[in-house]
Design a protein around this ligand. Structure first.
Ligand code: CUK
Ligand code: CUA
Ligand code: CA
Length: 647
C-alpha cells in the first residue's frame, strides 16, 4: 500500500459515508471481510459510492467541453466506436469525441427497421438460433494484424443464448453467427492480437454437467465443468475447446500470440452467492495456445455427444497441471482481465478485493517450463486501488486506469510504480482518482487493446445515471462518460445516456475502418438469394416477375425511387410468399423498405442490395405494401397491392 493519500480525495471519504461503509461491513482499506460478503452489504455499498460532482467542477467541465471537445455540425469525429447493446442484443456505432450515435447494427435481436431476424438473408446467418428473439452481448472487439486494428471485423459474444457473432465492418452488418456447443453462457470474448486474429477466444461462464441430460445436477461432480472456446475467426467454426477448473469470466490475449488468460470467480463451483465467495482467492487461468494446438494435432482430445469439436482437458489432476494450462491464485472473485498495451502484463481486477493483480507475461514461459516454485511468482505487483476494481485500460504512457465500481471512480495509476511498491519501495503509484456518475463497469481508452494505445480519450461506461438526466420513469439509462486523458489530469467532458446496456465498447481511429457507400452486387451477404433467383431464371437487376411453384409464390421485383417494379400480384390464400427486391438505385443514401401491412413483414433494401422475406398470405383480400424508408418526395406513393383470393 502506498503511504500517501491520492491527489483527489474521493467523496466517499467523507465522515458520514465512511460511517455508513463501516455499518455495511466495508472498510476502504484492506480486503472486504467475510462479514461483508452478503448481497445486502454489496447493494448497500453500491448506493454509497455515489460521488456527486460539485456545481463548480461541473460548470468548468461544461465550459471545457464546449470550447475544446465540441464536434461542430458537418465535422467528423476522430474515432469510431463500437458499443455493445447488452441485453438489447445489438451493437451501436458511435463517433468519439462527439459521442453521437451513428448507426445501430442488429445482431442478437430482431430489428423492425432493417428486418434483421425477419429477412431470409439474416435468418440464414443466424441459423438455428434465429428462433431466439433475444440476446445479451457484452464484448465487442475489432480484428487485428500485428497487434493493430485491421478494420475488418468486430466480434461479439451473446451470453443469453451462448453465441458468438461477427460483424463485417465494410458493410456494418453481422455476417456470421455461431452457437457454441457443449456450453452455457458465452461471456468473456477477446481476439488473438499477434500475428493476426486467427482465433476468437470465448469464455463459457457457467459450470454445467456433461452430458447435460438431466441425470447429473451436482456441480461438484467431476463431469460438471465449463470450457474455454477457440473459434476460427475466418470460418466462424469451432476450432477446439478446453475444459477448465472452476468457471470463466473475462479473458484477453497477449502480444506474442502464445498466451491468453481468463479470470475465474467461481473456483468453488458453487451455485449460490455465499458459496461463490467462500474462497479468499480464486484464480487466473493462463493458456499456452501453442501447447494446446499441439495437443489437438496430436489427437489428445475427446469429443462430447454428437459434437465433433475436439475437447482438451485443461484441469489439474491432483497437483499435476496440463501441458497447456496454469492456475495463478488471485484475490477474490476477479472480474476484468486486461493485457497492458505495452504487452508486459495480464491484469486481473479484484472486484471483491481492492487490488488488481499484475502477472508478468515474460515469466509465463518459465511457469510452463516448471521453473517457478509457485504460480504466484509470476505476480509482480498487486496494487491497492479502491473498492470494486472491475476493468483496467491503458494510455500507452505507462499509466493504467481502473474502474472502481463501489467507489464510483476511475483511478489512474502508474504500472511501473506499482511494481516498485510491491518490491517494498515507498512510492505512491496512484496518480488521480476521478469521480464518475455512477458505478462504472468497463472503461476503454482510445486504441488501448492494441499496441498503438494513444492516450487521448477514455470512455467510462457507468451502470447508473440516477440524477444526471431528465427523469424517464423507473428504468434509467446508463451513463457513458467521456474523459480527456491527454493531459496529466483526467477531465470529464461529456455525459451520454445509453439504453440497456453497454457493458463494453471499443474504438478505432477513423482511418482504420473503411466502409462501402453502396452495396457491391456480388456481395456474399445476399449471395444465396441471388443463387435462388438464378435457378428461377431471374435477372434481379431487370426482372419483375411472379414465379408460381405449387403452394409457393416467389415475387421478384426491382425498386427505384419512387416505385416498386411490381405494383400488384395475386396469390391464393395460404400461399407461402417470398418477396425478393433489388434496389437498383445507384445513389448513396437512397434506401428503400418493404412492409406488407398486417403481415409482420419489414425489410431494408439499400442501394444495389437484394433483400428477401417469406411469409404466409393467410388472409383473403387486398393488402397494401409500401416503402418504409423515406426515399423521395413521392415516398408515400411508393406502394403496391397483394390480392389474396380465398382458398
Ligand atoms: S462485463 Cu460482462 S458482466 Cu464487466 Cu465485461 Cu458487465
Ligand atoms: Cu422508397 Cu421510400
Ligand atoms: Ca470465488
Amino acid at each position: 500500500m502506498s503511504d500517501k493519500e491520492p491527489k483527489n480525495k474521493p467523496a466517499i471519504d467523507s465522515k458520514e459515508q465512511a460511517q455508513m461503509l463501516e455499518k455495511a461491513g466495508l472498510s476502504r482499506r484492506g480486503f472486504l471481510g467475510a462479514s461483508a460478503m452478503t448481497g445486502a452489504a454489496l447493494v448497500g455499498a453500491t448506493a454509497l459510492g455515489s460521488a456527486v460532482m460539485t456545481r463548480e467542477s461541473w460548470a468548468a467541465a461544461v465550459k471545457d467541453s464546449q470550447q475544446n471537445y465540441h464536434v461542430a455540425p458537418g465535422e467528423l469525429d476522430d474515432y469510431i466506436g463500437f458499443w455493445s447493446g447488452g441485453h438489447q442484443g445489438e451493437v451501436r456505432v458511435l463517433g468519439i469525441p462527439s459521442m453521437r450515435e451513428l448507426m445501430r447494427i442488429p445482431v442478437f435481436n430482431v430489428d423492425s427497421a432493417t428486418g434483421w431476424g425477419l429477412t431470409n438473408e439474416s435468418r440464414a446467418i443466424m441459423g438455428d438460433s434465429a428462433k431466439f428473439l433475444n440476446g445479451d452481448c457484452h464484448h465487442p472487439h475489432i480484428s487485428m494484424v500485428d497487434g493493430k486494428y485491421d478494420g475488418k471485423y468486430v466480434f461479439i459474444n451473446d451470453k443469453a443464448n451462448t453465441r458468438v457473432a461477427r460483424i463485417r465492418l465494410d458493410i456494418m452488418k453481422c455476417d456470421k453467427m455461431l452457437t457454441v456447443p457443449n456450453c452455457q453462457a458465452i461471456h468473456g470474448l477477446r481476439l488473438q492480437k499477434v500475428p493476426y486474429t486467427k482465433y476468437v477466444y470465448a469464455n463459457a461462464e457457467f459450470v454445467i454437467p456433461h452430458p447435460n441430460d438431466g441425470k447429473i445436477f451436482d456441480l461438484q461432480d467431476e463431469n460438471s465443468y465449463t470450457m474455454y472456446n477457440v473459434i476460427d475467426a475466418e470460418t466462424m467454426e469451432m476450432a477446439y475447446q478446453i475444459i477448465v477448473d472452476g468457471n470463466l469470466d473475462n479473458t484477453d490475449a497477449d502480444y506474442t500470440g502464445r498466451f491468453t488468460a481468463a479470470t475465474c470467480y467461481n473456483s468453488e463451483k458453487a451455485y449460490d452467492l455465499g458459496g461463490m465467495m467462500r474462497n479468499e482467492r480464486d484464480w487466473v487461468v493462463v493458456f499456452d495456445m501453442h501447447a494446446a494446438e499441439k495437443a489437438v494435432k496430436a489427437g489428445k482430445f475427446i469429443t462430447l455427444g454428437d459434437s465433433k469439436v475436439p475437447v482438451l482437458d485443461g484441469r489439474k489432476k491432483g497437483d499435476k497441471d496440463s501441458e497447456f494450462t496454469r492456475y495463478i491464485p488471485v484475490p477474490k472473485n476477479p472480474h476484468g482481465l486486461n493485457t497492458s498495451s505495452d504487452g508486459k502484463y495480464f491484469i486481473a481486477n479484484g472486484k471483491l478485493s481492492p487490488t488488481v493483480s499484475m502477472i508478468e507475461i515474460a515469466k509465463l514461459p518459465d511457469l510452463f517450463a516448471g521453473k517457478l516454485k509457485d504460480p504466484r511468482d509470476t505476480i509482480v505487483a498487486e496494487p491497492e486501488l479502491g473498492l470494486g476494481p472491475l476493468h483496467t485500460t491503458f494510455d500507452g504512457r505507462g499509466n493504467a486506469y481502473t474502474t472502481l465500481f463501489i467507489d464510483s471512480q476511475v483511478v489512474k495509476w502508474s504500472m511501473a510504480d506499482a511494481v516498485r511498491a510491491y518490491k517494498g519501495e515507498k512510492v505512491n503509484y496512484i496518480k488521480q482518482k476521478l469521480d464518475v456518475q455512477y458505478q462504472p463497469g468497463h472503461l476503454h481508452a482510445s486504441l488501448c487493446e492494441t499496441s498503438e494505445a494513444d492516450g487521448k480519450w477514455l470512455v467510462a461506461l457507468c451502470k447508473f445515471s440516477k440524477d444526471r438526466f431528465l427523469q424517464v420513469g423507473p428504468l434509467h439509462p446508463e451513463n457513458d462518460q467521456l474523459i480527456d486523458i491527454s493531459g496529466d489530469e483526467m477531465k470529464l467532458v461529456h455525459d451520454g445516456p445509453t439504453f440497456a446496456e453497454p457493458h463494453d465498447c471499443t474504438m478505432a481511429r477513423r482511418d482504420q475502418v473503411k466502409t462501402k457507400k453502396i452495396w457491391d452486387r456480388n456481395d456474399p451477404f445476399f449471395a444465396p438469394t441471388v443463387a435462388r433467383a438464378k435457378k428461377d431464371g431471374i435477372n434481379l437487376e431487370t426482372d419483375n416477375k411472379v414465379i408460381r411453384d405449387g403452394n409457393k409464390v416467389r415475387v421478384y421485383m426491382t425498386s427505384m425511387a419512387p416505385s416498386f417494379g411490381v405494383q400488384d400480384f395475386t396469390v391464393k390464400q395460404g400461399s407461402e410468399v417470398t418477396v425478393t427486391i433489388t434496389n437498383i438505385d445507384q445513389i448513396e443514401d437512397v434506401s428503400h423498405g418493404f412492409v406488407m401491412v398486417n403481415h409482420g413483414v419489414s425489410m431494408e433494401i439499400s442501394p444495389q442490395q437484394t433483400s428477401s422475406i417469406t411469409f404466409i398470405a393467410d388472409k383473403p383480400g387486398l393488402h397494401w405494401y409500401y416503402c418504409s424508408w423515406f426515399c423521395h418526395a413521392l415516398h408515400m406513393e411508393m406502394v403496391g397491392r397483394m390480392m389474396v383470393e380465398p382458398a
